[in-house]
Design a protein around this ligand. Structure first.
Ligand SMILES: [Mn+2]
Length: 357
């Protein structure tokens, strides 16, 4: 397990590489070229510059989150082959630079959905929260406008203003895309990129849908153990893997998180470890990483990752906003640093316990 922190680049992130370097046990960052729109080729010079910047802080680029998928590929429109060719070129450039873990998602329109970006928690911190009844009573355009205007001026991952400016047009484009069609389009994409992935040993790590059910009647295809296993079988090669995200699968309390991990030895390429607190079906908020602050058993999650021999990058996920920090919702320094330290502590205890048997 390689501990990492997500970093959006010095132009976009309030957290610096120097600060990340000082979190004990963090070996590197999961980063991206945040200002390149989905669908465009990542120039190798920009990848090299990003890598050089990270390495100058004595950290590694442990993976990319994300190389986003253009809507044409998800919709399966005639231009998709050009966008897949661009994606292959980006993977070729990443592969040449030795960057071999790539997170992506296949969610239509909205990458992730929260109905409150700064809900006050019992301890006075603020967190992101979700209430299905809010979604049921709002139209997508209003929801988009509210979410982006509540983000304190930060551009949030997956909420690119230029792509989402025309929410209604995007919804119209997805009107004919059923769950089956979306799945088939994903398989088509994976088969097309398989050769470049295998050339460089690139591991594609799909991020589950968040929340794990259809939002605004858009289809969702990565929501449970059964659905991710279906994808693993449809393109049955090691490059085709998962970003195990506790917070996303865990939005549905019926998902057995350690059970999902144990079902996927060799196919989990990246892990997001965090905690949520459930209140009632479809109503939850994000919590501190500590098990007893939320509804998940973080020990069992880290133990399952240890037991299947997971050796890829892991990162703490959305943190609470604490100690008066001002940062992108979910992506402050302080609570994620606490999360990394807690996960490292669990891992050390599990490992030593195992070695003493
Ligand atoms: Mn995640």
């Amino acid at each position: 397990m390689q501990m990492s922190l997500r970093w959006f680049g010095s132009k976009f992130d309030t957290v610096t590489l120097k600060q990340i370097k000082q979190i004990p046990g963090v070996e590197g960052v999961i980063t991206t070229l945040y200002d390149i729109p989905a669908g465009e080729v990542w120039p190798i010079e920009k990848i090299q510059a990003l890598k050089a910047e990270v390495e100058s802080a004595d950290l590694k680029v442990l993976g990319i989150e994300s190389v986003n998928i253009h809507d044409a590929i998800k919709i399966g429109s005639p231009e998709r082959d050009q966008y897949i060719a661009n994606y292959i070129e980006t993977l070729d450039n990443l592969g040449k630079e030795g960057i071999t873990t790539v997170c992506y998602n296949f969610m239509p329109v909205f990458d992730w959905t929260r109905t409150d970006l700064a809900k006050m928690r019992h301890d006075g911190s603020t967190v992101m929260a979700y209430d299905q009844s809010v979604i049921d009573n709002i139209n997508p355009q209003t929801f988009f406008d509210q979410t982006t205007s509540n983000s304190k001026g930060f551009e949030m991952p997956g909420w690119e203003p230029e792509r989402l400016a025309k929410v209604q047009e995007l919804f119209a484009a997805y009107a004919e895309v059923s769950e089956e069609k979306l799945f088939d389009n994903l398989v088509y994409f994976l088969k097309a990129i398989q050769p470049v992935c295998e050339k460089y040993g690139i591991k594609m790590a799909i991020h589950p849908d968040d929340p794990a059910w259809p939002v605004f009647n858009l289809p969702r295809i990565i929501t449970s153990k059964e659905k991710i296993l279906k994808l693993m079988k449809a393109v049955d090669a090691p490059f085709n893997g998962l970003t195990f995200c506790a917070g996303s699968f865990g939005t549905n309390p019926k998902n057995d998180l350690p059970g999902i991990i144990r079902a996927l030895p060799g196919r989990i390429h990246f892990a997001h470890v965090r905690n949520l607190q459930h209140f009632s079906p479809g109503v939850f908020e994000e919590a501190a990483h500590l098990s007893r602050d939320g509804s998940f058993d973080l020990y069992e999650i880290v133990k399952a990752l240890y037991d299947i021999g997971f050796d890829g990058p892991v990162r703490p996920d959305h943190g609470r906003m604490i100690w008066d920090e001002v940062a992108m919702p979910g992506y402050g320094l302080y609570d994620r640093a606490l999360g990394a330290t807690y996960i490292n502590g669990l891992y050390e205890a599990i490992q030593k316990n195992d070695q003493r048997k």
